[in-house]
Write a protein that binds this ligand. Structure first.
Ligand code: 13P
Length: 230
């Protein structure tokens, strides 16, 4: 399984260094990917845990103030990168077209994109889940060599709320994704934690998890990973 940890915009440097030491005590067979805030990427000591970024520029290196390019990420040994997270779609107005460009830049550098997709509460209430997932998946349509791209289903209403969809609802979306892209790994993200993992892990279609809030608490993460084994 793939366990991707999205720290989002959290931790001071001092806190991050302490956090990383705790994280490195985790001994687990799963592929664990840490996506810290970008300024801490070079403070990460590579060991068993792999390194991911939370964002990348859609441009190549050059005159783009405040941006970080895929080649720069590669030069500091980043192997994965989250793209299209709903927080960036909302706060930075990222479009599907821009997200596609970011994926292209990452693939040019052999960095594995983790593409986030998912519906809002209103879209679910209006029975538009199928439509939204299909639209967002079109980002990958014309991208060559896409089998290694990781897709993360993150229902927006579930992120940071403590609410998760029913297993039936998750399976429905997983099946849509896998019917179009059967080769790609699909993660679930949205309030996944050490309490609901017993329910989530019964879903056979899930290839891993993208974890936000709980990623900040290594002790909870250890319980989560332990439960995932059994
Ligand atoms: P939470 O686990 O805090 O709901 O966040 C999920 C997420 O957005 C991971 O990218």
């Amino acid at each position: 399984m793939i366990i991707a940890l999205n720290n989002k915009c959290n931790f001071t440097l001092e806190e991050f260094i302490k956090y990383q030491q705790e994280l490195n005590t985790i001994n687990d067979k799963n592929t664990i990917i840490l996506c810290p805030t970008s300024i801490y990427l070079t403070n990460f000591t590579k060991g068993k845990i792999k390194l991911g970024a939370q964002n990348v520029s859609s441009n190549i290196m050059g005159a783009h103030t405040g941006e970080v390019s895929a080649s720069q990420l590669k030069s500091i040994d980043v192997d994965y990168c989250i793209v299209g997270h709903s927080e960036r779609r909302k706060e930075q107005n990222e479009t599907n077209a821009e997200i596609k460009e970011k994926i292209m830049r990452l693939l040019e550098e052999n960095i594995t994109p983790i593409l986030c997709i998912g519906e809002t509460k209103e879209e679910r209430e209006q029975n538009k889940v199928n439509q939204i997932i299909n639209e967002e998946l079109k980002i990958l349509k014309d991208i060559p060599n896409k089998d290694n791209i990781i897709i993360a289903y993150e229902p927006i209403w579930s992120i940071g709320t403590g609410l998760i969809p029913t297993n039936k609802e998750i399976i429905e979306v997983m099946n849509i994704i896998k019917s179009i892209y059967p080769q790609n790994k699909v993660l679930y993200g949205g309030s996944a934690n050490e309490k609901n993992i017993d329910q989530l892990k019964t879903i056979k279609q899930i290839d891993g998890y993208l974890i936000g809030g709980m990623s900040l608490h290594p002790e909870k993460l250890k319980v989560f990973l332990e439960k995932l084994k059994n």
